[in-house]
Design a protein around this ligand. Structure first.
Ligand code: SF4
Length: 265
């Protein structure tokens, strides 16, 4: 049963490659899973998985397990009574436990509070577009917020508010655990509030962005929050974010095409 299914997957991938100008992409986790199935299919009854693949699978499953246990603690967290009573659910984080890049925002908004996943509203869709333009799928990276609960709003008011420094200080230990487990090669803080949550000090975005910082020896790039780009549609601001992302790609030693170099969000 496995071989016909694999033949179908390969035929479909080849068709996508022929009919698109971009090669099909798959996350590292998906590739590892496909390879393990292929090993079984190539030698029925004898799973031939290379030591490296086995090590990668083991690491992914260990990290997934530890992240899930932190997620359970977050789910039951009652440290901020005012947020516990207003939240629909906690919003832990999403993505590849082996991600090279970790994007960090400030806090869930109304959409995220409803869906339980960070960056799923309009700003999230723009972030997903940025990630794709960088040559990644959303599942390749890891996305989390400093705060795991939506900041409460006064009754009858709409929109979202930024988390306070005290709220961020209370919740930050969970994010630090996530970073310690994932060990990304690069952190990207989205907006001045997220940067403050990470570094503990507020700064002006025009001074913070576009250059490398460090968080516990992990390179940190600070750039504008996608919500800022939705409010300010000026091409020059969008280009600034894209130039920050080009620096991230360079830091990761990823090949950058001419199209990417000239890209405007
Ligand atoms: S914001 Fe963080 S620390 Fe506060 S209740 Fe939610 S999970 Fe707990």
């Amino acid at each position: 049963m496995i071989q016909p299914a694999l033949d179908l997957v390969i035929a479909t991938l080849e068709k996508i490659r022929e009919t698109n100008d971009q090669a099909p992409r798959a996350s590292r986790k998906a590739l590892a899973q496909l390879q393990s199935v292929y090993s079984v299919a190539a030698s029925p009854g004898e799973a031939r998985v290379s030591p490296n693949e086995r090590q990668l699978q083991q690491t992914i499953s260990d990290k997934t397990r530890v992240l899930a246990s932190i997620g359970e603690r977050v789910c039951g967290c009652t440290k901020c009574a005012h947020l516990v009573s207003s939240r629909t659910q906690t919003v832990f984080g999403v993505g590849n436990p082996e991600a090279e890049i970790m994007f960090i925002g400030e806090a869930p908004g109304a959409d995220e509070d409803r869906q339980g996943e960070p960056f799923v509203g309009r700003a999230g869709q723009l972030l997903t577009k940025i990630i794709k333009a960088m040559g990644f799928a959303r599942e390749d990276v890891y996305i989390a917020n400093i705060l795991k609960c939506r900041p409460d709003m006064p009754p009858g008011s709409f929109g979202n508010r930024a988390p306070t420094p005290a709220e961020m200080q209370m919740c930050r230990p969970y994010l630090i655990e996530q970073i310690d487990i994932i060990q990304p090669k690069v952190l990207v803080a989205l907006g001045a509030v997220a940067a403050e949550g990470l570094l503990g000090a507020r700064g002006a975005m025009r001074e913070l962005r576009g250059r490398w910082h460090s968080y516990n020896r992990t390179p940190l790039m600070i750039t504008y929050h996608p919500a800022y780009l939705l409010r300010n549609q000026s091409p020059s601001e969008k280009r600034k974010v894209w130039e920050d992302m080009l620096q991230v790609l360079e830091r990761l030693e990823k090949p950058i095409s001419e199209k990417q170099r000239n890209y405007f969000l």
